[in-house]
Design a protein around this ligand. Structure first.
Ligand code: 5GP
Length: 206
C-alpha cells in the first residue's frame, strides 16, 4: 500500500480512443494535476523526449529496478516493458499533488491493488467501427497492425467493469468536461474535504 495525500487518477483506453489528446489537455487545464512519467524499454519515437514522454531505459536498468521494487506496477506489452516508478510517485503524492497515470488495463488493475482508492477512468470509443476509422485515419499502421489493435481493444474493453468511471469519447469537448468533472468531484469528496470543513467550522462562534 502506498501512503498518499494527493489523489491518484488512472486513465486507460484502447489505442485510438483519443486518450493522449484528452490526458494532455486534462493536465494542462487542471492545476494541481500532473502526469506520471513512466519508464519504458522501447525506443523513443520521433519527437519524444527523455524524461518528458517516458524515461527511456535499457533492459538491465529495467531489470535492476524490478529487483529493487522500484515499480508500483510494470507490464510487458508486446516486446517492451513499461512501469510506473515508485520513488517519484511517492514523493509527489506525499506533497499533496494529484497524479494522472496513463497506463493500460493490466497495469491499472495492479494499481487498484497497490492504491485501493485510486480513481480509475476508462475512455471508450463510440463503437468498433469508429475506432477502426480513427486508427486508419492516423495512417501509421498497416492492415495487420490495425486488426491486431482492434482485437486488443476488445480484450481491454472487456475489463471496463474494473473502472469507476466510463467516459465515451464521441465528442472531444464533452469527453474532456466529463474527465475534468471526475477529477474535481473526487477532490470535493467528503473524506478528503473533512479536515478543511472542520477548520472552517472552527472559525464560527459556538
Ligand atoms: P506507447 O508505446 O504507445 O507509448 O504505450 C503503449 C501502452 O503502454 C499504452 O496503452 C500506455 O498507456 C501503456 N503504458 C505506458 N506507460 C505505462 C506504465 O507505466 N505501466 C503500464 N501498465 N502501462 C503503461
Amino acid at each position: 500500500m502506498l501512503d498518499h495525500r494527493g489523489n491518484v487518477f488512472v486513465l486507460s483506453a484502447p489505442s485510438g480512443a483519443g486518450k493522449s489528446t484528452l490526458a494532455r489537455r486534462l493536465v494542462r487545464e487542471t492545476p494541481g494535476l500532473i502526469f506520471s512519467t513512466s519508464f519504458t524499454t522501447r525506443a523513443p519515437r520521433p519527437g519524444e523526449r527523455q524524461g518528458q514522454d517516458y524515461f527511456f531505459v535499457d533492459d538491465p536498468t529495467f531489470d535492476r529496478m524490478v529487483a529493487e521494487e522500484g515499480f508500483v506496477e510494470w507490464v510487458r506489452v508486446y516486446e517492451h516493458r513499461y512501469g510506473t516508478g515508485r520513488a517519484w510517485l511517492e514523493k509527489t503524492l506525499a506533497s499533496g499533488v494529484d497524479v494522472l497515470l496513463d497506463i493500460e488495463t493490466t497495469g491499472a488493475l495492479n494499481i487498484r491493488r497497490a492504491i485501493p482508492d485510486a480513481t480509475m477512468i476508462f475512455l471508450l470509443p463510440p463503437s468498433a467501427q469508429e475506432l477502426e476509422r480513427r486508427l486508419r485515419g492516423r495512417g501509421s499502421d498497416g492492415e495487420e497492425q490495425i486488426a491486431g489493435r482492434l482485437r486488443h481493444a476488445r480484450h481491454e474493453m472487456e475489463l471496463f467493469e474494473a473502472y469507476d468511471y466510463l467516459v465515451v469519447n464521441d465528442d472531444l469537448d464533452l469527453a474532456f468536461r466529463k474527465l475534468q468533472g471526475v477529477v474535481l468531484a473526487v477532490r470535493a469528496g467528503r473524506e478528503r474535504m473533512a479536515g478543511t470543513a472542520e477548520g472552517i467550522l472552527g472559525t464560527f462562534q459556538k
